[in-house]
Design a protein. Sequence first.
Length: 309
Amino acid sequence: MPENYIFDLENYLQVFYELGLDVEFKTTTKTAINKGIIETDGKIRDFLKRNNLHDYSKQGNGDDHKILLQTYFVTENGPIETESGLYRAKTRGDPRIRVSNIKNYVNPWDSLALVTNGKTIYYLNISQEDISSSLLSGGKVYKHLKKLSESEEVIYKELLSKTYKEKVLNWISELSPVEEDFENVNELSPEEFIEKFDSKYQNKPEYEKRVVSAINRPSALSNKIKELYGHKCRICGYQGFEKKNGDRYAEVHHMVELNKKAPKTLQSWNVIVVCPTCHRKLHYGKVESEFLDPGWKINIDGDEVILGD
């Protein structure tokens, strides 16, 4: 498992939405990859069902009832055909997808995107830098999906929008909390607890990646807002650190949180450029704000700033 296991999928979700493609994400595991399978949780099963690809609830157990689907691994060099068998385990009936040659394209703990045009499944290993970069920068991977999105079988935009909006509004990819099993934790002094903790956790950390979905946030507006106002934080004035490619880093913040589902909150009036520190303050600090129409009056822990249009 790579050290930078935390994987933010928001940018990818935006790309798939803009293309009009339905997508689900799956984090692979070592056990599943060794068996050559993708474990199908509820999200994957819903994805297959709503695209009329497969309904596990109507399938019997065992290989005799297995359904074969044409599938492809999308790479920078083009799509590579493979085969996927959708089946339920013979004994317990666990729904699974057995993918031919999956070990050649996917490693344990990789983030896999499943995309479809309604008759074929396309797998994208977005943990691989060349695939990720090509998808986000409009390269060969993006262009292949663009052709796919023009297919008649692709899910209707209205249904896609509804599907995305029904996904979890907040989106987090983070380390799972350590399962604590210390008895009488509250009765231990800090020194006693630290000694017991250090003694128990002497091995390498065990990681788990979680993938949840996010509300659609059009990236084009965020980029144009940065182009208009620059990368200087509108709260503290910090210019942003220099990235590897020479650009300055900045983030954008929605003053009215999108998970409130308020009308027009995706529009430009609600977006400001901020540095990472001020962004965290806006989310977790003691903040009061007032929309000035145009602009904002923002008070963070007693410090007030007025932002004009």
